[in-house]
Design a protein around this ligand. Structure first.
Ligand code: S3P
Length: 180
């Protein structure tokens, strides 16, 4: 029996939009789907939306148009959902870093930061070819990871994910939502 089986119930004070942020491999998509199912909300993965709009993969956007172009498309995609209600959105690991996106996480959604340790990130992602930022040394990735941590922490309620099941993480988010 799935843990979240049964009729979704949404308490009236639940925010219209719930955003999940965090480094690559933190489980935003998996956990986001569970939270959305439980609340009866729609689930959106920002990278999927970007790829659908562009008609090509994230890897192709990076390779053909460059990271700056990707970041502009990412901001447009993020703000395109600003009026969507009953939505859980999982955002790419770099979305909260761009300053113009921060208003979204601060004011337009209830934001949760899924924290994964650097070691666990390496274990979970391996050398996934679909993620262009993984084409760099572990040392450079660790620098990127460390530079992002304070931004993630300042924008979202922090949830530890190492050694935890997605269901438990989703349950923690739902508990925090019902207590807020
Ligand atoms: C990125 C993370 C990716 C994707 C893109 C850039 C980043 O999303 O948006 O490859 O800058 O950390 P995930 O965090 O879902 O892997």
């Amino acid at each position: 029996m799935p843990r979240f089986a049964g009729r979704p119930e949404t308490p009236s004070h639940t925010p219209h939009r719930i955003a999940l942020i965090g480094f690559m491999g933190s489980g935003k998509t998996t956990v986001g789907r569970l939270v959305a199912a439980r609340l009866g909300y729609r689930f959106l993965d920002l990278d999927v939306l970007i790829a659908e709009n562009a008609g090509k993969s994230i890897r192709e956007i990076f390779d053909e148009d460059g990271q700056e172009a990707f970041r502009r498309i990412e901001s447009d995609a993020l703000y395109s959902v600003r009026e969507m209600n009953r939505l859980v959105i999982a955002t790419g690991g770099g979305a909260p870093i761009r300053q113009e996106n921060q208003e979204f996480f601060e004011n337009l959604a209830a934001t949760f930061y899924l924290e994964v340790s650097f070691k666990e990130f390496l274990n979970r992602t391996g050398r996934d070819h679909g993620r262009p930022l993984l084409d760099r040394s572990d040392k450079k990735l660790e620098k990127l990871y460390k530079s992002r941590l304070p931004i993630y922490r300042s924008l979202g309620q922090r949830i530890i994910t190492d050694s935890r099941k997605p269901q438990d993480i989703a349950a923690e988010i739902l508990k925090k939502l019902s207590n807020s």
